[in-house]
Design a protein. Sequence first.
Length: 198
Amino acid sequence: MIGGIAGLLSLLTLMNVMLLPLSLTAMVLGPLGLLMIRRHPDEYTGARWGWIGAILGPLTLFGGFVSDSVRLRLEVPEGYELVDWYDLEPDAANQHKIVSDRAADLVGKKIYLRGYVYPGTSKMNLRQFIMVRDSGTCCFGGQPKATDMVIVNFTNDLRVNYSLWSRGLGGTFQVKPPGRQLAGVQLGAYYLDADVLK
């Protein structure tokens, strides 16, 4: 029964990819429940619930990734180029570089990037902040890699509050010499003059 309930709850994954653990739980508990029922048919019941978890778990796992990808593509404003954090990393042959070749090509262009607000000293009504990729740094602090952060400055009246949820930002991409500090963090070379917040 727990596998089936997890399967039904995993439908929420289609709305928010952060709930993928529900799909994984249904994928494990659904078949496990069916196995237990098969081995001990006189002691256990609830095969329908097991099947619900066994079927919905994988479907919502796949569907969650697909819906998140489609949603991301649809939220990119007209005239902005969708950029992934992988675009900002130098390739394996050029790990010594601070700026990737792809990032150098994006300078001066309107881009759209999703990331997390870094938890600095101020958390509300932020005009300038560090956006991170989220390798644990968004929630737990620490020094992010130079290529895993973008320094964001809003060029209009938009402001953002710190939260655990990712945010989509659009604006003009810039590369500046690294080395400055903001909120106790050594800054990288990537900057975004943002005019879109989602």
